[in-house]
Design a protein. Sequence first.
Length: 321
Amino acid sequence: MAAERTPRFVTEEPAQVDRWFDRITLAAGVVVLVLLTLVGLFLLLRSRDALSVTGVWEFLTRAEWRTDVKPARIGVLGLVMGTVLVAFTAVAIAVPFGVLAALFITEYSSTRSRRYLTALVDLLAAVPSVLFGIWGFRFLSAQIEPLSRWISRHFSWIPIFATGKHPRFSGSIFIAGIVVSLMALPIVASVVREVFAQTPPGEKEAAFALGATRWGMIRLVVLPFGRGGIIGGAMLGLGRALGETIAVALILPQVAQVVFHILENGGATVSGFIANRAGSDDFTTSGLMAAGLVLFFLTLGTNMVASVVVSHSRSGAGVEL
């Protein structure tokens, strides 16, 4: 005789384990917000001395950094300019390669090799940045100089690639951007791969049924579906590139000045400049804290916008067959 079935009643009352899980996740989120707030307050308090001497507006719009004059003339414009140039150079390299890697892993590789390729790409994120910096300084710089010279010779009509009469191509923003792109690439590839993997299989099969090739299916279905993920991954990679420290500290000369030509020797970033000047006098330390505060808000804003874009990148809007 079959055992009687016990009726199951659906209730909206969460179980005890669910309530504990909600509390733990809420506490974790609050702790993260508190830590971010404390970091911002710490930087703000430690930077008051420098900002009171130079003024907030002058600090944001001045490029030079001189503490050997009275009153001191320090500013973050040149550092922010170098940071943005390095970050955008890195993103311009990391995004195409990251998207291509994500497409190959999700659409072309076999199920068996997909796990190994995913682990291999993600493994780049585990390499310490100091190793990338040493590799870029000792080896890659000499290998990239001929490429920089070729770009300068054939594309000098583009202002950003223009150089002087006797340029030095080592220690340039271009080389630093290439090194940083290797650290941003795993983030871009990971985000884009996850979004591509969520493409509805029915729409992909419908594209094949209508006679589309594999590339046609990717162009008509996968790429439109993952457009938001590509943008979000690029912005997350940008946030990673903005905060890179050791690699750029080793490659760039860290001279505070506005640099518009990325192929020539020169330039500085906020994080690299702070790393090189750490341990200076109290006023310089206060100025470095103010520069770190600017970088803090710049990186935080970039990552917040990227998170919003990624969270809205799974609707598949714009997919047309």
